[in-house]
Design a protein around this ligand. Structure first.
Ligand SMILES: *[C@@H]1O[C@H](CO)[C@@H](O)[C@H](O)[C@H]1NC(C)=O
Ligand SMILES: *[C@@H]1O[C@H](CO)[C@@H](O)[C@H](O)[C@H]1NC(C)=O
Ligand SMILES: *[C@@H]1O[C@H](CO)[C@@H](O)[C@H](O)[C@H]1NC(C)=O
Ligand SMILES: *[C@@H]1O[C@H](CO)[C@@H](O)[C@H](O)[C@H]1NC(C)=O
Ligand SMILES: *[C@@H]1O[C@H](CO)[C@@H](O)[C@H](O)[C@H]1NC(C)=O
Ligand SMILES: *[C@@H]1O[C@H](CO)[C@@H](O)[C@H](O)[C@H]1NC(C)=O
Ligand SMILES: *[C@@H]1O[C@H](CO)[C@@H](O)[C@H](O)[C@H]1NC(C)=O
Ligand SMILES: *[C@@H]1O[C@H](CO)[C@@H](O)[C@H](O)[C@H]1NC(C)=O
Ligand SMILES: *[C@@H]1O[C@H](CO)[C@@H](O)[C@H](O)[C@H]1NC(C)=O
Ligand SMILES: *[C@@H]1O[C@H](CO)[C@@H](O)[C@H](O)[C@H]1NC(C)=O
Ligand SMILES: *[C@@H]1O[C@H](CO)[C@@H](O)[C@H](O)[C@H]1NC(C)=O
Ligand SMILES: [Cu+2]
Length: 591
């Protein structure tokens, strides 16, 4: 019976685009049904239970035009609570549809459903969607493609566009993974990287290689690759042998075309590149390789997935010739990521995208790790990776305590801020300045012991409507020297500059690019470096700000911004839409 209804539901889960206006009208309503369910999949001789939408991995692509309305009916057939976040969608005046678990809504209960409804306005390019509770987003994720009105691109219209979703294959159950990470256990790793769900032929079991993602091309045609990193763990280097890539967009905004042989994509980022099939007709490998800081940082296995670009008319054996594989950087060299991101600039901005020149609120935010005592003691326990501590992550020495029974937005909106749920004292600066990028902060030290004690709490920061906000993020070397892909919900920010080492407030602002900075929803704050961003707080609501490395967000590298209402109804957050389901006593939405 249950099986039957599931099959029916999946069968019916097709996208329906209804033209809202008559012939020639522009805005459409694009409607999907997402059935989220368990499925078995076998890789590397092992059958694993995974969580997917409509039987697909990666999940279905939502394909819309700028100005459309998106309606997604999510049916939760999992034994766990679930929310879906529309990553990068500005959600102007529709914070209620953001889908961030315990931030904008409580999870949809097992067997429950929820309708998300939002407009996509003034954005074009690639965004994506993913589960925003626990680690389910490793497989509950897909692309959200936004086409320009009239299909008018600022570059030659590509023959075809192809999502390239770089992810990971986990053998461990993702809910169990989440439980272990909450408990401070970070010993689990994925088995392989994936490209569009395929592990690729560099992985095999008993000599039988895994399937590779294949991109079929015709010579002379231009392809728009929409490269999205949905991985929980790593930033990736991506290359195609024998081909140059031209970066033309990121996070739903155009960029000044930038030619390169390699793209770097951190978790949370979406990078649009053009690839012209202008090489000698043959087969070519594409490679996605995870990078990581070198020792003394803790090491994880190197993850890689290899795919194939296959020209039409070339026989399967590639005419007996070896298939060229791109030469990848050393996985421990993180500088190519810095150079890549630092080379990107925005394409001339229309008026509404003008860089704010004044600053009302200035935040300097350090990103690092710390530890809390396992036994609940505030201060006394053995530090330095002893089993008496749980390693956590911090922003300005606050480790975010995720609510588990209520949502921040509902609490704020109801106007009776429950002080036991959150406070509004997220600090604008780190409490004690120190040499943030000193390598001697990485164990075995010796400097970390005094700095690692920290606390868990739910500290938010409130902003007036229309305030101009500058944030300088500083990646530290405290306990480890990872980069941090920082993602803000509900906004795009201008990335004014980035640098290696400690931010210098006297000299570094002179490097700010006010002319054509990139507009992003995720900024890859370089390893032991900084990035400066600015935005106008013109979208009221409660917006999650967090690192998109899953282990960092679980460890507490997060906060949320409250943006107050403006003076008029048009500048104020409307009441929850009729479909919105309030949080019940058990921390799940009421039926
Ligand atoms: C997956 O496989 C397990 C073990 O064989 C089985 O019990 C379970 O019903 C399967 N799940 C699905 C969704 O097919
Ligand atoms: C989306 O746009 C339509 C048409 O402009 C408008 O009526 C509707 O209120 C908007 N919906 C949301 C959720 O903002
Ligand atoms: C298969 O995966 C499960 C976890 O899903 C793991 O416990 C088991 O050890 C794996 N078996 C092999 C042969 O790798
Ligand atoms: C299978 O994988 C192993 C270990 O990665 C590798 O040494 C071997 O060459 C692979 N075999 C095949 C047939 O690809
Ligand atoms: C742009 O990339 C090149 C090649 O990696 C690098 O040499 C150069 O320093 C980068 N430019 C900037 C401004 O970082
Ligand atoms: C926690 O452990 C430390 C050191 O072992 C001990 O000094 C402290 O009293 C304990 N605190 C609590 C609340 O149990
Ligand atoms: C910590 O490790 C020590 C020695 O390995 C062991 O005796 C002790 O029981 C452990 N404590 C906890 C809280 O796990
Ligand atoms: C405030 O929130 C806490 C934690 O969710 C809850 O235990 C408590 O009952 C709430 N208090 C009020 C007055 O709503
Ligand atoms: C901070 O640490 C770095 C790396 O260890 C070192 O090169 C630099 O001189 C230190 N800066 C200061 C101000 O001490
Ligand atoms: C964080 O705060 C704790 C408690 O005040 C302090 O011991 C620790 O040194 C601080 N760490 C940092 C990085 O500021
Ligand atoms: C927002 O701020 C700008 C610049 O300070 C000002 O010109 C504008 O009138 C403000 N808009 C609103 C709605 O407050
Ligand atoms: Cu991080």
């Amino acid at each position: 019976m249950e099986k039957l209804s599931m099959a029916t539901a999946i069968f019916c889960a097709v996208a329906v685009a209804v033209l809202a206006a008559a012939v020639g009208g522009e805005a459409a309503v694009v409607e999907h049904t997402f059935v989220v369910h368990e499925m078995n999949q076998t890789h590397l001789c092992n059958t694993t239970k995974i969580y997917v939408v409509n039987g697909q991995l990666p999940g279905p692509t939502i394909d819309v035009t700028d100005g459309d309305t998106v309606v997604v009916h999510v049916k939760n057939h999992l034994p766990h609570g679930l929310t879906i976040h529309w990553h990068g969608v500005r959600q102007i005046m529709s914070c209620w549809s953001d889908g961030a678990g315990f931030v904008t809504e409580c999870p949809i209960p097992p067997g429950g459903e929820h309708t998300y409804r939002f407009n996509v306005t003034g954005q074009v390019g690639t965004l994506w969607w993913h589960a925003h509770v626990t680690c389910l987003r490793a497989t509950v994720a897909g692309a959200l493609v936004i086409r320009p009105k009239g299909n008018k691109y600022p570059f030659p219209t590509p023959a075809k566009d192809v999502p390239i979703i770089i992810g990971e294959w986990w053998e461990l159950d993702l809910v169990e993974l989440d439980r272990r990470m909450h408990d401070g256990n970070f010993d689990d790793n994925p088995l392989s990287a994936t490209i569009n769900g395929k592990l690729g032929d560099l992985s095999n079991c008993s000599g039988v290689p895994e399937e590779s993602f294949v991109l079929d091309v015709a010579r002379g045609e231009t392809y728009l690759l929409r490269i999205i990193n949905t991985a929980l763990f790593s930033e990736y280097y991506f290359k195609v042998a024998g081909h140059t890539l031209t970066v033309v967009g990121a996070d739903g905004n155009y960029l000044t075309p930038y030619k390169t042989d390699m793209v770097t994509v951190a978790p949370g980022e979406a990078i649009d590149v053009l690839m012209v099939a202008d090489a000698k007709p043959a087969h070519y490998h594409m490679v996605a390789l995870a990078n990581q800081p070198p020792e003394p940082d803790p090491q994880i296995p190197g993850f890689v997935s290899r795919g194939l670009v296959r020209y039409a008319g070339v026989p399967n054996n590639n005419n007996g010739m070896p298939v060229p594989t791109p030469l990848m950087p050393n996985q421990h060299n993180t500088m190519p990521s810095f150079y890549f991101h630092n080379n990107l600039t925005g394409l001339a901005h229309p008026d509404r995208h003008r860089v704010p020149m004044h600053v009302d609120e200035r935040l300097f935010v350090t990103l690092g790790l710390g530890s809390i005592c396992r036994n609940g003691s505030k201060t006394s326990c053995k530090r330095r990776r002893s089993n008496e501590t749980i390693v956590v992550a911090t922003m300005n020495n606050v480790s975010f305590h995720h609510p588990t029974k209520a949502s921040l937005l509902e609490s704020y909106y109801d106007g009776k801020p429950n002080k036991t749920l959150y406070t509004e004292d997220f600090p604008d600066n780190p409490p004690h300045p120190y040499n943030y990028t000193d390598r001697a902060l990485i164990p075995p030290g010796p400097l970390e012991e005094a700095l690692e004690p920290t606390f868990k709490s739910t500290k938010l920061r409130r902003f007036k409507y229309n305030a101009s906000i500058e944030i300088v993020f500083q990646s530290t070397a405290l306990l480890q020297s990872d980069s941090n892909p920082m993602h803000l919900h509900g906004y795009d920010f201008f990335v004014l500059a980035q640098g290696i080492g400690n931010f210098n407030p006297r000299t570094d602002p002179k490097k700010f690019n006010y002319h054509n900075p990139q507009l992003r929803n995720t900024v890859q704050v370089p390893r032991t470096g900084w990035a400066a961003v600015r935005f106008i707080a013109d979208n009221p609501g409660v917006w999650y700000l967090h690192c998109h490395f899953e282990f960092h967000i679980i460890m507490g590298m997060a906060t949320a911004f409250i943006v107050e209402n403006g003076p008029t109804p048009e500048t104020s957050l409307p009441p929850p839409p009729p479909e919105f389901k309030r949080c019940g006593a058990n921390g799940l939405t009421r039926p």
